[in-house]
Design a protein around this ligand. Structure first.
Ligand code: C2E
Ligand code: CA
Ligand code: CA
Length: 531
């Protein structure tokens, strides 16, 4: 279940970690893209509107000029001369002429016989101007024109059919058009056109919308009856998305990679260690080492603490405290403790040959879970029975942490003592339990943790703790064992303060059972000069 949870959480975390930055970046890029396309479309629509407004103004003022009675009849020489002037002097207007009965009778170039037949107007403005589009004029071959005819006078102005749209020639995919505001008729347009773009949209004079794959801007003329739209295809926007993706997808991939690595590492630590532990139990990869406990006065070995070692066939070495934590976390500690007791029992079988005249003890560590189980009592009893013949005694080391569940612990501890073993409180001072709490248990030894021994002779703020612990032990009538002695200064201080038993690299490191027994044998043979 834990496994499933970890995997699920990891996958969700990876998805969020990758999707969030990429999604966020894409969203921002898209918004920026749409905004800039709208801005561009609005600018283009405005330009187009200005051109059409200027052209309309110019056209109507030309019609006014040509209508002046002083010029005589519409196609009189004076009138045609004035039309010719227009051709030269106007920016937007290409020429002027006179239309009668749908025929262009004359222009600045002269009288055109019967007149050129013109196509039907595509649109008539509210001011009565007929607009004809796509008009070919025989005297200007190869070109197309717009002819705007003032229906009241017959005078007409001629525009280039591409008027205004030449602005857009460089913008790929651009669509634009001019639309009557009153009738919604399209007067002129280039490129793609969707009717939805032209639907009346209330009273504002400009709109932005996204429709039919285009970003559309609409602006309306205040003076004339037309509006201008300009539309850019959405692809330039997705191009921006692509650009953003090029930057962010690799970043997301790296983030995902790191996360996957992390998950794999966690998964390895979480899943494979217990499996490896189980295998190690099956393959007997565990062995014990023994660290002697000395009498501080004589420096003779009076006992040894059994410490587990994992001799791994494969994989990196695992420290005993790490191994114990993994076993505790994966619920395998009791199997491991059982193995420890077996190993100690078989190691100590060799003690039969030991001819020591002094009492000797073997200390075995147990975990919190062991102190909840009757099985531990059985293990201790079996060990006591196995070694008692050779004069060995057994001490069970429990940590403060192991005593947390008061009631059940007390019973187990009492049962262990009842089966002939002593109890040592290990790592004393590193837990959080109060003294009054500890007092509720029947204990025999109190082990001062290495962390406090280290402070002896230093000016560390906890350097007074060692004395304090010794005092506590004394009032509780417990024997003290000091752990982790590395210097003579520490040894001297402890001896001076009445500590009898000690353990540490100064005296001996943990060793194999063979080394331990060999050293004890030698010691037994030696003359008792020390005493
Ligand atoms: P611990 O019970 O406090 O064991 C003492 C540790 O201090 C041992 O580490 C020992 O090698 C180390 N030590 C002894 N003297 C010195 C010294 O002078 N200097 C320094 N720096 N270290 C010293 P080890 O063998 O690595 O064991 C670590 C812990 O793993 C033990 O701490 C104990 O809590 C746990 N452990 C070991 N074997 C067992 C076991 O069979 N069962 C259980 N439940 N826990 C075990
Ligand atoms: Ca211990
Ligand atoms: Ca300890």
């Amino acid at each position: 279940m834990r496994r499933l949870q970890i995997i699920t959480v990891a996958i969700v975390a990876i998805i969020i970690a990758v999707a969030l930055p990429i999604g966020g970046a894409l969203y921002l890029a898209q918004r920026a893209g749409v905004e800039s396309a709208h801005a561009q479309a609005t600018t283009l629509a405005e330009s187009l509107k200005r051109v059409f407004e200027a052209a309309s103004k110019q056209g109507s003022s030309i019609v006014v000029t040509l209508s002046a009675t002083a010029l005589g009849p519409p196609c009189s020489p004076a009138s045609i001369g004035a039309m010719g002037d227009v051709q030269l002097s106007s920016r937007y207007v290409q020429g002027a002429g006179y239309v009668q009965g749908g025929r262009l009778r004359c222009t600045g170039s002269g009288i055109h016989g019967d007149g050129y037949r013109l196509p039907k107007p595509v649109y008539t403005s509210t001011r009565g101007v007929h607009i004809r589009r796509n008009v070919a004029l025989p005297h200007v071959p190869g070109q197309r024109f717009i002819i705007a005819e003032d229906s009241a006078t017959g005078f007409a102005v001629i525009f280039h059919d591409n008027l205004g749209f030449d602005l857009f020639e460089h913008v790929p995919g651009m669509a634009a058009g001019v639309v009557s505001r009153s009738t919604n008729e399209v007067i002129a347009h280039r490129g793609y056109l969707a009717r939805e773009w032209l639907a009346p949209r209330g009273t504002a004079d400009r709109y932005n919308l996204i429709s039919h794959g285009h970003v559309v801007a609409l602006v309306e003329s205040a003076e004339f009856d037309f509006g201008v739209y300009s539309a850019l295809p959405v692809p330039p926007v997705s191009e921006r998305l692509r650009e953003a993706a090029i930057v962010f997808v690799p970043i997301g991939a790296v983030v995902a990679g790191v996360l996957v690595l992390l998950v794999v590492m966690i998964a390895r630590a979480q899943f494979s260690m217990p499996v490896a532990l189980q295998l190690a139990l099956k393959r007997n990869e565990f062995a014990m080492e023994y660290q002697p406990v000395v009498d501080l006065q004589t420096r003779r070995w009076v006992g040894a603490e059994a410490l587990i070692r994992w001799r791994r066939e494969s994989g990196p070495p695992v420290r005993p405290d790490v191994l114990i934590r993994i076993a505790e976390d994966s619920g395998m500690i009791q199997s491991l403790t059982e193995r420890v007791f077996q190993l100690v029992a078989s190691d100590m079988a060799g003690f039969a040959g030991f001819r020591g005249r002094k009492p000797f003890h073997i200390a075995v560590n147990v975990s919190a879970a062991d102190l909840q189980s009757e099985r531990t009592v059985v293990l201790v009893r079996e060990l006591v029975d196995a070694v008692s013949g050779s004069g060995l005694s057994v001490i069970v080391e429990a940590t403060e942490h192991g005593l947390m569940d008061q009631e059940s612990c007390r019973e187990i501890i009492d049962a262990i003592r009842g089966s002939g073993a002593a109890i040592a409180l290990d790592d004393f001072g590193t837990g959080y339990s109060s003294l009054s709490y500890i007092r509720k248990f029947n204990l025999d030894y109190l082990k001062i943790d290495r962390a406090f021994v280290e402070t002896i002779g230093t000016d560390s703020p906890t350097s007074g703790v060692v004395r304090h612990i010794i005092d506590i032990a004394r009032t509780m009538r417990l024997e003290v064992v000091a752990e982790g002695i590395e210097t003579e200064v520490q040894a001297a201080y402890l001896a001076e303060h009445g500590v009898r038993l000690a353990q540490g690299w100064l005296f001996a490191r943990p060793m194999t059972v063979d080394a331990l027994l060999a050293a004890l044998d030698e010691d037994a043979d030696a003359p008792e000069a020390a005493e």
